[in-house]
Write a protein that binds this ligand. Structure first.
Ligand SMILES: [Zn+2]
Length: 434
């Protein structure tokens, strides 16, 4: 059998009935029972969710807990790519030179040899958008854009216009998928639709139900095209389609800056005299008085590394500035666990006053046994709260929605039904031959 994993990230299990109404070809072939899929750590970026799904291991084993990670210094981040993962990819384990795969719009995965047809998701700092390059001889791929905008913040102003751009990009992607699956040899395909996530950011949860939006006709047209593609594929008896969403959305109640909170507790110190920091502050102040410059100041490159004991350079992840992980870290291996325990208590005691549903997970691997790559010591999650990362400027209003850590999984009818809430591991068992 050839297999397709179709991803509609950003939709929750509650959205599934509305989604299946828009995709009747899929609802006829799929089990009506769906399983909510929970990620045990409250890490909510697409990269961290996909890394757990691709490798079947947790953040402290896969080395991916966000789009980027600190390298040598808490002031310097680099993007995490497939080759940086510390665990092997389990999901595509059958991918080899004689078994070809089609990867569309999936975080982390890189273009490989000719055996992997690949369309970028736009999250990696590489020039390649399409691989192999022979694909660009076909007209349909000239219109391929991974995403309509780089930064969701920029899209939040003119929402109707942004929604139209999202729909245009996804419609073109669907045309590319259609060509790719019809004209290349493939055994396994991961096809990720990202309009589902982007439209939820723009329009709020429940947009699948609304038919009074300015862009409703465009939304219906996109799903008509996706449905047509699914219907064509399912006419072939050797194709199975699995449906997955890595995370849902919930209303965003607040945006919270963990670095400011660590500074309040004396764990983090800013140094605004460094060249990078002064340039950023000068730029922010030049924009005032229309905008409060403190809202534009990010924490990037502003940490005083000699004094900082802990920082959160990646949203929700806290690192002890340990000498064993970072070249300028003041915390010795001997003091590492003591400071980590104190910090964990500080966060628990202080955050509980702000939000009752705080989840703090400690890295279970002792510091001496960790790999050479810096790993977070604590991961913090608060339902409905979005954390700033080091590059984020504080913005006055929280975004409309934020990712939450529950998605869903839906299987073809002939497969065993899953229901209730299942782990990523259970799903990977079901997908053992993927
Ligand atoms: Zn998103």
């Amino acid at each position: 059998m050839r297999k397709i994993l179709l991803s509609v990230d950003g939709l929750s299990v509650d959205d599934l009935p509305d989604l299946l109404e828009l995709l009747p070809a899929l609802s006829q072939s799929q089990h009506s029972h769906s399983a909510a899929c929970t990620f045990e750590a409250p890490l909510t970026s697409a990269s961290s969710a996909w890394s757990q799904f691709l490798t079947g291991t947790f953040w402290y084993e896969s080395g991916c807990y966000g789009y980027s990670r600190p390298n040598e210094s808490l002031n310097k981040l680099s993007v995490v790519r497939e080759k940086d993962l510390l665990s092997p990819i389990r999901l595509l384990k059958n991918e080899s030179s004689d078994s070809q795969s089609a990867i569309v719009n999936v975080p982390l995965l890189l273009p490989k040899s000719e055996s992997r047809s690949w369309l970028s998701d736009g999250s990696l700092p590489i020039k390649t958008k399409i691989s192999p390059s022979s694909l660009s001889e076909r007209d349909v791929y000239n219109g391929y854009y991974a995403r309509p905008y780089i930064d969701i913040g920029r899209a939040l102003g003119p929402r109707a216009h942004s929604a139209e751009s999202v729909l245009l990009v996804e419609t073109r992607r669907t045309a590319c998928v259609s060509d790719l699956l019809a004209n290349t040899a493939w055994e396994r395909c991961i096809w990720r639709v990202s309009a589902t996530d982007q439209l939820t950011h723009l329009l709020g949860t429940g947009w699948l139900k609304a038919d009074d939006l300015k862009c409703s006709a465009g939304i219906r047209e996109l799903f008509r095209l996706i449905n047509e593609q699914i219907s064509e594929l399912l006419k072939q008896s050797d194709i199975e389609i699995f449906l997955v969403s890595m995370f849902g959305h919930s209303a965003c109640l607040a945006k919270f800056n963990l670095n400011d909170h660590l500074a309040k507790g004396g764990y983090l110190h800013f140094d605004d005299t460094s060249r990078d920091a002064s340039q950023r502050i000068a730029a922010a102040e030049a924009v005032g008085p229309k905008v409060n410059p403190t809202h534009l100041r990010s924490s990037e490159s502003r940490l005083d590394l000699k004094k900082t004991l802990a920082a959160s350079p990646v949203a929700g992840c806290v690192f002890i500035n340990s000498a064993s992980s970072f070249s300028d870290g003041p915390v010795t291996t001997r003091n590492h666990s003591r400071i980590c325990n104190e910090l964990s208590d500080y966060l628990r005691n202080t955050l509980v006053n702000i939000a009752p549903f705080v989840k703090i997970i400690e890295n279970p691997v002792p510091v001496e046994q960790r790999p050479h790559v810096p790993l977070p010591d604590l991961v913090v999650g608060i339902q409905g709260v979005e954390f700033n990362d080091v590059k984020d400027s504080g913005i006055a209003h929280p975004p409309r929605t934020t990712h939450d850590f529950e998605g869903f999984f839906l299987l073809p009818k002939q497969r065993v039904a899953l229901s209730g809430s299942v782990t990523v591991d259970r799903i990977l068992e079901v997908l053992d031959d993927f």
